[in-house]
Write a protein of this length. Structure first.
Length: 423
Protein backbone atom coordinates (compact mmCIF):
# COMPACT_ATOMS: atom_id res chain seq x y z
CA UNK A 1 0.00 0.00 0.00
CA UNK A 2 1.04 3.62 -0.51
CA UNK A 3 1.49 5.57 2.74
CA UNK A 4 1.72 9.32 3.46
CA UNK A 5 3.46 10.68 6.58
CA UNK A 6 2.68 14.26 7.61
CA UNK A 7 5.57 16.20 9.15
CA UNK A 8 9.19 17.21 8.66
CA UNK A 9 11.16 16.37 11.80
CA UNK A 10 13.21 13.61 13.35
CA UNK A 11 10.06 11.78 14.42
CA UNK A 12 8.83 11.65 10.83
CA UNK A 13 12.19 10.51 9.43
CA UNK A 14 12.26 7.73 12.02
CA UNK A 15 8.72 6.62 11.12
CA UNK A 16 9.62 6.75 7.42
CA UNK A 17 12.74 4.65 8.06
CA UNK A 18 10.64 2.07 9.91
CA UNK A 19 7.76 1.96 7.41
CA UNK A 20 10.25 1.64 4.52
CA UNK A 21 11.31 -1.75 5.94
CA UNK A 22 7.83 -3.25 5.43
CA UNK A 23 7.28 -5.66 2.53
CA UNK A 24 3.67 -4.41 2.51
CA UNK A 25 4.75 -0.87 1.56
CA UNK A 26 4.25 0.35 -1.98
CA UNK A 27 5.35 3.97 -2.27
CA UNK A 28 6.13 6.18 0.70
CA UNK A 29 5.39 9.92 0.68
CA UNK A 30 6.26 12.56 3.29
CA UNK A 31 4.76 16.06 3.42
CA UNK A 32 6.76 18.21 3.63
CA UNK A 33 9.64 15.97 4.81
CA UNK A 34 13.35 16.79 5.08
CA UNK A 35 16.67 15.80 3.49
CA UNK A 36 16.62 12.47 5.36
CA UNK A 37 13.15 11.44 4.24
CA UNK A 38 14.06 12.44 0.67
CA UNK A 39 16.56 9.55 0.63
CA UNK A 40 13.90 6.89 1.33
CA UNK A 41 10.59 8.46 0.26
CA UNK A 42 9.09 11.09 -2.01
CA UNK A 43 8.82 14.46 -0.31
CA UNK A 44 5.90 16.71 -1.23
CA UNK A 45 5.95 20.49 -0.57
CA UNK A 46 2.67 20.51 1.34
CA UNK A 47 2.08 22.04 4.78
CA UNK A 48 0.74 19.71 7.47
CA UNK A 49 -2.34 21.96 7.96
CA UNK A 50 -3.15 22.38 4.26
CA UNK A 51 -5.91 19.75 4.28
CA UNK A 52 -7.14 20.46 0.75
CA UNK A 53 -3.66 19.99 -0.72
CA UNK A 54 -3.26 16.83 1.38
CA UNK A 55 -6.53 15.53 -0.10
CA UNK A 56 -5.30 16.23 -3.65
CA UNK A 57 -2.06 14.34 -2.98
CA UNK A 58 -3.84 11.37 -1.37
CA UNK A 59 -6.16 10.95 -4.35
CA UNK A 60 -3.48 11.64 -6.99
CA UNK A 61 -1.01 9.11 -5.56
CA UNK A 62 -3.53 6.44 -4.53
CA UNK A 63 -2.51 6.71 -0.88
CA UNK A 64 -4.12 4.07 1.37
CA UNK A 65 -3.04 5.32 4.83
CA UNK A 66 -2.02 8.62 6.44
CA UNK A 67 0.27 8.71 9.47
CA UNK A 68 0.21 12.06 11.29
CA UNK A 69 3.49 13.02 12.95
CA UNK A 70 3.02 16.42 14.67
CA UNK A 71 0.25 17.66 16.94
CA UNK A 72 -0.92 20.72 14.96
CA UNK A 73 -2.93 18.94 12.24
CA UNK A 74 -4.48 16.60 14.83
CA UNK A 75 -5.62 19.48 17.04
CA UNK A 76 -6.88 21.21 13.88
CA UNK A 77 -8.95 18.15 12.92
CA UNK A 78 -7.20 16.41 10.03
CA UNK A 79 -8.69 13.04 11.04
CA UNK A 80 -12.20 14.56 11.11
CA UNK A 81 -11.54 16.15 7.69
CA UNK A 82 -10.97 12.66 6.24
CA UNK A 83 -14.04 11.20 7.97
CA UNK A 84 -16.32 13.95 6.61
CA UNK A 85 -15.11 13.69 2.99
CA UNK A 86 -16.76 10.96 0.89
CA UNK A 87 -13.59 10.55 -1.20
CA UNK A 88 -11.37 10.11 1.89
CA UNK A 89 -13.59 8.46 4.49
CA UNK A 90 -12.24 4.93 3.92
CA UNK A 91 -8.59 5.97 4.15
CA UNK A 92 -7.33 5.31 7.70
CA UNK A 93 -5.63 8.13 9.59
CA UNK A 94 -3.22 7.20 12.38
CA UNK A 95 -3.85 9.91 14.95
CA UNK A 96 -6.85 10.88 17.11
CA UNK A 97 -9.87 12.89 16.08
CA UNK A 98 -10.06 16.58 17.01
CA UNK A 99 -12.08 16.13 20.23
CA UNK A 100 -9.54 13.68 21.66
CA UNK A 101 -6.59 15.75 20.42
CA UNK A 102 -7.63 18.40 22.97
CA UNK A 103 -5.67 16.27 25.46
CA UNK A 104 -2.67 18.10 24.00
CA UNK A 105 -4.49 21.10 22.56
CA UNK A 106 -5.61 22.36 25.97
CA UNK A 107 -3.80 21.91 29.28
CA UNK A 108 -7.05 22.63 31.14
CA UNK A 109 -8.93 19.99 29.12
CA UNK A 110 -6.22 17.44 29.99
CA UNK A 111 -6.31 18.37 33.67
CA UNK A 112 -10.11 18.04 33.81
CA UNK A 113 -9.84 14.65 32.06
CA UNK A 114 -7.32 13.45 34.66
CA UNK A 115 -9.40 14.70 37.57
CA UNK A 116 -12.53 13.08 36.14
CA UNK A 117 -10.84 9.70 35.77
CA UNK A 118 -8.80 9.91 39.00
CA UNK A 119 -5.46 9.86 37.23
CA UNK A 120 -2.71 11.16 39.56
CA UNK A 121 -1.46 14.66 38.63
CA UNK A 122 -0.46 17.96 40.24
CA UNK A 123 -3.06 20.28 41.78
CA UNK A 124 -3.84 23.25 39.51
CA UNK A 125 -6.06 26.24 38.66
CA UNK A 126 -6.63 28.06 35.35
CA UNK A 127 -6.68 31.83 34.77
CA UNK A 128 -7.38 34.35 32.01
CA UNK A 129 -6.61 38.07 31.65
CA UNK A 130 -9.93 38.79 33.40
CA UNK A 131 -8.88 36.76 36.44
CA UNK A 132 -5.26 37.95 36.61
CA UNK A 133 -5.58 39.20 40.21
CA UNK A 134 -6.95 35.81 41.28
CA UNK A 135 -3.93 34.24 39.58
CA UNK A 136 -1.64 36.44 41.69
CA UNK A 137 -3.47 35.34 44.84
CA UNK A 138 -3.17 31.66 43.87
CA UNK A 139 0.58 32.06 43.30
CA UNK A 140 0.93 33.58 46.76
CA UNK A 141 -0.56 30.41 48.28
CA UNK A 142 1.92 28.11 46.55
CA UNK A 143 5.37 27.04 47.63
CA UNK A 144 8.02 27.79 44.96
CA UNK A 145 9.02 26.86 42.34
CA UNK A 146 5.98 28.10 40.40
CA UNK A 147 4.81 26.26 37.26
CA UNK A 148 3.04 28.32 34.56
CA UNK A 149 1.71 26.56 31.47
CA UNK A 150 0.18 28.16 28.38
CA UNK A 151 -3.12 26.34 27.88
CA UNK A 152 -2.74 25.92 24.11
CA UNK A 153 -0.05 24.68 21.73
CA UNK A 154 3.19 26.63 22.05
CA UNK A 155 5.63 24.36 20.17
CA UNK A 156 6.86 22.83 23.40
CA UNK A 157 7.97 26.18 24.82
CA UNK A 158 4.88 27.29 26.76
CA UNK A 159 5.94 26.04 30.20
CA UNK A 160 7.79 28.26 32.70
CA UNK A 161 9.23 27.08 36.04
CA UNK A 162 10.19 30.02 38.25
CA UNK A 163 11.56 30.32 41.77
CA UNK A 164 10.77 34.00 42.43
CA UNK A 165 7.19 35.04 43.24
CA UNK A 166 7.57 38.53 41.76
CA UNK A 167 8.97 37.07 38.53
CA UNK A 168 6.15 34.49 38.43
CA UNK A 169 3.54 37.24 38.72
CA UNK A 170 5.23 39.30 36.00
CA UNK A 171 5.42 36.29 33.66
CA UNK A 172 1.75 35.47 34.31
CA UNK A 173 0.83 39.02 33.31
CA UNK A 174 3.09 38.82 30.23
CA UNK A 175 1.46 35.55 29.16
CA UNK A 176 -2.15 36.60 29.74
CA UNK A 177 -2.11 40.32 28.94
CA UNK A 178 0.79 40.72 26.50
CA UNK A 179 0.25 37.38 24.73
CA UNK A 180 3.78 36.07 25.26
CA UNK A 181 2.82 32.80 23.52
CA UNK A 182 0.08 34.28 21.32
CA UNK A 183 -3.37 32.70 21.58
CA UNK A 184 -1.80 29.71 23.35
CA UNK A 185 -1.45 31.77 26.53
CA UNK A 186 -4.89 33.43 26.47
CA UNK A 187 -5.47 30.99 29.31
CA UNK A 188 -2.73 29.87 31.72
CA UNK A 189 -2.71 26.81 33.98
CA UNK A 190 -0.80 27.26 37.24
CA UNK A 191 0.28 23.99 38.85
CA UNK A 192 1.93 22.87 42.04
CA UNK A 193 5.54 21.89 41.43
CA UNK A 194 6.32 18.17 41.57
CA UNK A 195 9.87 17.20 42.55
CA UNK A 196 11.17 13.99 41.01
CA UNK A 197 12.65 12.46 37.86
CA UNK A 198 10.76 12.54 34.56
CA UNK A 199 10.10 9.84 31.99
CA UNK A 200 7.81 9.19 29.06
CA UNK A 201 5.48 6.27 28.36
CA UNK A 202 4.00 5.72 24.91
CA UNK A 203 0.78 3.86 24.19
CA UNK A 204 -0.60 2.80 20.80
CA UNK A 205 -4.36 2.30 20.78
CA UNK A 206 -7.10 1.47 18.30
CA UNK A 207 -9.68 3.02 20.63
CA UNK A 208 -10.39 -0.23 22.49
CA UNK A 209 -7.25 -2.33 22.66
CA UNK A 210 -3.81 -0.87 23.35
CA UNK A 211 -0.12 -1.69 23.51
CA UNK A 212 2.35 -0.09 25.90
CA UNK A 213 5.52 0.77 24.00
CA UNK A 214 9.05 1.03 25.47
CA UNK A 215 9.68 3.73 28.08
CA UNK A 216 12.00 6.65 27.32
CA UNK A 217 13.57 9.63 29.03
CA UNK A 218 14.41 12.80 27.14
CA UNK A 219 16.53 15.82 28.02
CA UNK A 220 14.86 19.15 27.32
CA UNK A 221 17.29 21.84 28.48
CA UNK A 222 20.01 23.22 26.23
CA UNK A 223 22.80 23.15 28.83
CA UNK A 224 24.81 20.42 30.54
CA UNK A 225 23.34 19.26 33.84
CA UNK A 226 19.84 20.29 32.71
CA UNK A 227 20.55 24.02 32.77
CA UNK A 228 19.48 26.85 30.48
CA UNK A 229 16.43 27.23 28.28
CA UNK A 230 13.99 24.47 27.32
CA UNK A 231 14.33 23.03 23.83
CA UNK A 232 12.35 20.54 21.79
CA UNK A 233 14.68 17.86 23.18
CA UNK A 234 18.47 17.33 23.15
CA UNK A 235 18.61 13.55 23.47
CA UNK A 236 16.83 10.48 24.82
CA UNK A 237 17.35 7.02 26.29
CA UNK A 238 15.17 3.87 26.13
CA UNK A 239 14.40 1.92 28.25
CA UNK A 240 14.52 4.03 31.42
CA UNK A 241 16.89 2.22 33.83
CA UNK A 242 14.99 3.10 37.03
CA UNK A 243 11.64 1.69 35.84
CA UNK A 244 11.29 -1.79 37.39
CA UNK A 245 8.29 -4.12 37.07
CA UNK A 246 6.64 -2.81 40.23
CA UNK A 247 6.82 0.82 39.06
CA UNK A 248 5.65 -0.14 35.54
CA UNK A 249 2.66 -1.97 37.04
CA UNK A 250 1.72 1.23 38.88
CA UNK A 251 1.98 3.23 35.64
CA UNK A 252 -0.21 0.74 33.83
CA UNK A 253 -2.88 0.31 36.51
CA UNK A 254 -3.15 3.94 37.67
CA UNK A 255 -2.45 5.83 34.45
CA UNK A 256 -2.41 3.87 31.16
CA UNK A 257 -5.53 1.78 31.71
CA UNK A 258 -7.65 4.64 33.16
CA UNK A 259 -6.53 6.88 30.26
CA UNK A 260 -7.67 4.48 27.53
CA UNK A 261 -10.88 3.63 29.42
CA UNK A 262 -11.48 7.34 30.06
CA UNK A 263 -11.28 8.09 26.34
CA UNK A 264 -13.94 5.44 25.70
CA UNK A 265 -16.16 6.67 28.57
CA UNK A 266 -15.93 10.26 27.33
CA UNK A 267 -16.64 9.21 23.71
CA UNK A 268 -13.31 10.56 22.47
CA UNK A 269 -12.42 8.45 19.37
CA UNK A 270 -8.73 7.59 19.40
CA UNK A 271 -6.64 5.67 16.89
CA UNK A 272 -2.98 6.45 17.33
CA UNK A 273 -0.24 7.21 19.81
CA UNK A 274 -0.69 8.60 23.32
CA UNK A 275 2.42 10.17 24.85
CA UNK A 276 2.21 10.28 28.65
CA UNK A 277 4.73 12.60 30.26
CA UNK A 278 5.30 11.30 33.80
CA UNK A 279 7.25 12.19 36.89
CA UNK A 280 8.39 9.71 39.54
CA UNK A 281 7.67 11.37 42.89
CA UNK A 282 9.15 9.13 45.58
CA UNK A 283 8.03 5.79 44.21
CA UNK A 284 4.75 7.04 42.73
CA UNK A 285 4.04 7.95 39.07
CA UNK A 286 2.15 11.18 38.33
CA UNK A 287 1.13 12.68 34.98
CA UNK A 288 2.70 15.96 33.90
CA UNK A 289 1.07 16.11 30.47
CA UNK A 290 -0.44 14.23 27.57
CA UNK A 291 0.65 14.54 23.95
CA UNK A 292 -1.43 13.01 21.17
CA UNK A 293 1.51 11.81 19.06
CA UNK A 294 4.97 10.38 19.53
CA UNK A 295 7.55 12.59 21.23
CA UNK A 296 10.69 13.82 19.53
CA UNK A 297 13.51 12.81 20.17
CA UNK A 298 11.97 9.88 22.08
CA UNK A 299 10.73 8.46 18.76
CA UNK A 300 14.36 8.06 17.68
CA UNK A 301 14.97 5.58 20.53
CA UNK A 302 11.52 3.96 20.94
CA UNK A 303 10.68 3.13 17.30
CA UNK A 304 14.05 1.46 16.48
CA UNK A 305 13.50 -0.91 19.44
CA UNK A 306 10.11 -2.11 18.10
CA UNK A 307 10.72 -5.05 15.78
CA UNK A 308 7.18 -5.35 14.35
CA UNK A 309 6.28 -4.47 10.78
CA UNK A 310 4.86 -0.94 11.11
CA UNK A 311 2.48 -1.16 8.15
CA UNK A 312 0.90 -4.25 9.74
CA UNK A 313 0.89 -2.53 13.14
CA UNK A 314 -0.91 0.54 11.78
CA UNK A 315 -3.34 -1.69 9.84
CA UNK A 316 -4.27 -3.31 13.18
CA UNK A 317 -4.89 0.16 14.65
CA UNK A 318 -7.10 1.09 11.67
CA UNK A 319 -9.01 -2.22 11.78
CA UNK A 320 -9.49 -2.33 15.55
CA UNK A 321 -7.49 -5.57 15.87
CA UNK A 322 -4.53 -4.31 17.90
CA UNK A 323 -5.30 -6.80 20.68
CA UNK A 324 -4.27 -9.63 18.35
CA UNK A 325 -0.77 -8.20 17.85
CA UNK A 326 2.23 -9.26 19.95
CA UNK A 327 4.85 -6.55 20.25
CA UNK A 328 8.45 -7.66 19.73
CA UNK A 329 10.92 -5.37 21.51
CA UNK A 330 14.70 -5.28 21.11
CA UNK A 331 16.13 -5.88 24.58
CA UNK A 332 19.10 -3.60 24.04
CA UNK A 333 19.25 0.03 25.14
CA UNK A 334 18.91 2.75 22.49
CA UNK A 335 20.19 6.29 22.94
CA UNK A 336 20.02 9.35 20.72
CA UNK A 337 21.92 12.64 20.83
CA UNK A 338 20.55 15.70 19.02
CA UNK A 339 22.81 18.11 17.16
CA UNK A 340 21.42 21.64 17.07
CA UNK A 341 22.16 24.96 15.38
CA UNK A 342 24.33 27.52 17.16
CA UNK A 343 22.15 29.90 19.19
CA UNK A 344 19.21 27.48 19.45
CA UNK A 345 16.68 27.62 21.16
CA UNK A 346 16.98 31.38 20.66
CA UNK A 347 17.91 33.05 17.35
CA UNK A 348 19.98 30.87 15.00
CA UNK A 349 21.07 30.86 11.38
CA UNK A 350 19.92 28.37 8.75
CA UNK A 351 21.47 27.20 5.50
CA UNK A 352 24.69 25.77 6.96
CA UNK A 353 26.13 22.93 4.88
CA UNK A 354 26.28 19.56 6.68
CA UNK A 355 29.05 17.07 5.96
CA UNK A 356 30.36 13.78 7.32
CA UNK A 357 27.13 12.05 8.28
CA UNK A 358 27.50 9.65 5.36
CA UNK A 359 30.61 8.25 7.12
CA UNK A 360 28.74 7.10 10.22
CA UNK A 361 28.92 3.39 11.05
CA UNK A 362 27.08 1.29 13.65
CA UNK A 363 24.63 4.13 14.39
CA UNK A 364 21.47 5.52 12.79
CA UNK A 365 21.20 9.14 11.63
CA UNK A 366 17.76 10.74 11.73
CA UNK A 367 17.32 14.16 10.12
CA UNK A 368 15.24 16.79 11.93
CA UNK A 369 15.85 20.30 10.53
CA UNK A 370 17.53 19.63 7.17
CA UNK A 371 16.89 20.44 3.51
CA UNK A 372 18.50 19.76 0.15
CA UNK A 373 19.70 22.98 -1.47
CA UNK A 374 22.12 23.34 -4.44
CA UNK A 375 22.84 19.59 -4.29
CA UNK A 376 24.01 19.86 -0.67
CA UNK A 377 22.33 18.97 2.62
CA UNK A 378 21.88 22.10 4.75
CA UNK A 379 20.45 23.05 8.12
CA UNK A 380 16.86 24.33 8.09
CA UNK A 381 15.90 24.28 11.76
CA UNK A 382 17.08 24.54 15.34
CA UNK A 383 17.33 20.81 15.91
CA UNK A 384 19.26 19.43 12.95
CA UNK A 385 20.13 15.72 13.30
CA UNK A 386 19.93 12.90 15.84
CA UNK A 387 22.43 10.05 16.10
CA UNK A 388 20.89 6.87 17.55
CA UNK A 389 22.91 3.88 18.76
CA UNK A 390 22.31 0.54 20.48
CA UNK A 391 24.25 -0.93 23.39
CA UNK A 392 24.00 -3.38 26.26
CA UNK A 393 23.39 -0.33 28.48
CA UNK A 394 22.94 3.40 27.93
CA UNK A 395 26.63 4.18 28.53
CA UNK A 396 27.77 1.84 25.76
CA UNK A 397 25.11 3.15 23.39
CA UNK A 398 25.97 6.77 24.15
CA UNK A 399 29.67 6.21 23.56
CA UNK A 400 28.81 5.03 20.01
CA UNK A 401 26.61 8.08 19.37
CA UNK A 402 29.26 10.51 20.63
CA UNK A 403 31.99 8.75 18.63
CA UNK A 404 29.95 9.08 15.44
CA UNK A 405 28.92 12.70 16.10
CA UNK A 406 32.62 13.58 15.86
CA UNK A 407 32.41 12.76 12.13
CA UNK A 408 29.63 15.30 11.45
CA UNK A 409 30.30 18.96 10.72
CA UNK A 410 28.24 22.11 10.23
CA UNK A 411 28.93 25.69 11.28
CA UNK A 412 27.77 26.43 14.84
CA UNK A 413 26.99 22.77 15.63
CA UNK A 414 26.14 22.20 19.29
CA UNK A 415 25.09 19.15 21.31
CA UNK A 416 24.89 18.04 24.92
CA UNK A 417 27.76 15.86 26.06
CA UNK A 418 26.04 14.64 29.27
CA UNK A 419 22.89 12.79 28.12
CA UNK A 420 22.06 10.26 30.84
CA UNK A 421 24.03 12.20 33.48
CA UNK A 422 21.25 11.78 36.07
CA UNK A 423 20.88 8.00 35.67
Amino acid sequence: MNVLILGSGGREHTLAWKLAQSPKLGKLFVAPGNAGTAEIAQNMPIGVNDFEKIKEAVLQHDISMVVVGPEDPLVNGVHDFFLKDVALVKIPVIGPQKAAAELEGSKQFAKEFMMRHRIPTAAYQSFTADTLEEGYTFLEKLTPPYVLKADGLAAGKGVLILNDLREAKEELRTMLVDGKFGNASAKVVIEEFLAGIELSVFVLTDGVGYKVLPTAKDYKRIGEGDTGLNTGGMGAISPVPFVDKNFMDKIHDRIVKPTVEGLKMDDLPYKGFIFIGLIKVGDEPMVIEYNVRLGDPETEVVVPRIQNDFVSLFEAVANGTLDTVDLAIDGRTATTVMMVSGGYPEAYEKGKEISGYENIQDSLVFHAGTKVEDDTVQTSGGRVMAVTSFGTDFKEALSKSYENIEKIRFEGMNYRKDIGFDL
